[in-house]
Design a protein around this ligand. Structure first.
Ligand code: SF4
Length: 485
């Protein structure tokens, strides 16, 4: 199989999106709509669990939301006024159906279903201890670690068991939990992964991004705060903050690439921030050129910002086909290399003889940038300058984002000159970390704790990385993933 999203393959990938609704007769249908709007956060599997007042019902499957939840009989098989859903992207080898969420557990205190966005950075250490005490794991998902911690907690109520479990966890989690008593939505104390809350008539809705509320016709009420647990029981809504308070550090990459541009994240329009990053880039790294060309689709807002700031005309120099699916069975080895053009093609008449500035959101391995620069040269560009709307990605993410190991990150291997040569550009520049913060309306100061997680650029991780620092644990996890799959 040939992936026909060649420009999307060399990106950091958000691994999950979550959605929950409580108090609607159309709970499962709303969850399907909401997950559809969150599809960009995870494209390999989708699941919805509903609760009808007596029983939980689940439909989970590999593939896109549209393919799995577009039939009436599937939605009808998920009755009840409460539902939670999950879209998942997972790395190769971990795509087993047993890892697809929501996960369900039956305890003596009652059953519950859980949808998780994030990654627990001490999951393996906790898992080892749980296994030693007799827990039997069914999946490689670190979410299952939460389930076992809840199951083995000595507290009486499910809520207290959850608080007890989450206090043992380090890393990133936004969670939606369904119990027979109601729904719990919660965000880790640093607020690394997003979670928002909205209303649709009498229903309360939680989602990874506001765009999922828009699609359901719900109104955005507020973000779930870092370290907050919102508990919905019928028409009653309670908020508690059971964790020790710390200064939040939400993932800055949500504004760079992960969130949809039509979402609002942390009081900022994602689209406006991306445009502002482009403007900063034009101030920091100007170049004499004839055209500003976005790498579609994620480079578009920053390219508009760059063009407006620099006065260089914005043009669509790369045209994207909207009729190509995510994957395509390649017709034969001889035409394999043509696949890249199925999805994106250079607008040759526009580019020939021009000095172009390409704007992209990030460089991960550099393989995509190399292809795009070559595409511009093949179309007759006189000069190709690359401008990147994020600082160099030099470190891996351990908080629920699929990143190649550090050794494969172009910016971890090469300096700016080396990267420019690697992608065959006439020049290359990245927005500075200060410029990125400026686009978010903040002055970054090196002497105080940053207000965002920016670890993939700076290496300044906001939590300890227990599993990562323990190489025996990392090896053990790789072995386990192999066995389970
Ligand atoms: S390391 Fe990067 S991608 Fe991961 S949470 Fe931090 S800023 Fe986001």
């Amino acid at each position: 199989m040939l992936t026909t999203h060649p420009f999307d393959d060399d990106k950091l990938r958000e691994e999950c999106g979550i959605f929950g609704v409580s108090g609607s007769d159309s709970a499962a249908a709303l969850a399907a709509l909401g997950l559809h709007a969150l599809q960009h956060r995870g494209q390999e599997a989708a699941g919805i669990t509903s609760f009808d007042g007596h029983l939980f019902h689940t439909h989970r499957a590999m593939g896109h939301v549209a393919g799995n939840f577009d039939r009436d009989e599937v939605i009808r098989s998920l009755p009840g006024t409460v539902a939670a859903g999950h879209v998942r992207y997972s790395t190769t080898g971990e795509t087993a159906l047993r890892n697809v969420q929501p996960l369900y557990a039956d305890l003596a205190t009652g059953g519950f279903a859980i949808a998780h966005n994030g990654n627990i950075s001490n999951a393996m250490k906790l898992r080892r201890e749980l296994v030693r005490r007799g827990s039997i794991f069914q999946s490689t998902s670190d979410t299952e670690t939460i389930i076992h911690l809840v199951a083995t907690s000595n507290y009486r109520t499910l809520l207290d068991r959850f608080i007890d479990a989450l206090k043992q966890i380090e890393g990133a989690y936004s969670l939606i939990v369904m119990t027979p008593e109601g729904m719990i939505a919660c965000r880790d104390p640093l607020g690394i992964r997003p979670l928002v809350m909205g209303r649709l008539d009498d229903a309360v809705i939680f989602a990874s991004e506001t765009v999922a509320l828009d699609v359901c016709g719900a109104t955005f009420e507020r973000a779930v705060e870092p370290g907050e647990m919102v508990i919905v029981q019928g028409s009653e809504i309670r908020s508690i903050k059971p964790f020790a308070p710390v200064s939040p550090r939400p993932c800055i990459f949500e504004w760079v690439y992960f969130s949809r541009p039509d979402s609002i994240a942390g009081d900022h329009s994602v689209y406006s921030v991306r445009k502002e990053i482009g403007a900063q880039l034009a101030i920091e790294a100007p170049v004499e050129a004839d055209l500003v060309i976005p790498v579609p689709d994620s480079g578009v807002p920053a390219a508009i910002g760059y063009a407006q700031q620099s006065g260089i005309p914005f043009e669509l120099g790369i045209i994207r086909s909207h009729y190509v699916g995510r994957t395509f069975i390649q017709p034969g080895d001889k035409v394999r290399h043509l696949g890249v053009k199925l999805k994106h093609n250079a607008n040759r008449a526009l580019i020939a003889g021009k000095r172009v500035v390409l704007i992209d959101d990030s460089i991960v391995r550099g393989t995509t940038s190399l292809k795009i620069v070559q595409m511009m040269r093949d179309a007759g560009a006189a000069e190709v300058h690359m401008r990147i709307a994020s600082p160099p990605t030099r470190h891996s993410c351990f908080y629920g984002v699929d990143t190649p190991e550090r050794a494969k990150l172009l910016a971890a291997k090469l300096d700016l000159g080396g990267m420019t040569d690697f992608i065959h550009a006439d020049s290359l520049a990245f927005v500075s970390i200060d410029g990125l913060y400026k686009a978010l309306g903040e002055a970054r100061r090196a002497d105080i704790r940053p207000s965002y997680c920016d670890a993939c650029f700076t290496g300044d991780y906001p939590t300890t990385l227990t599993d990562q620092d323990d190489t025996s644990v990392v090896d053990q996890f790789a072995l386990l993933a192999e066995r389970v799959n």
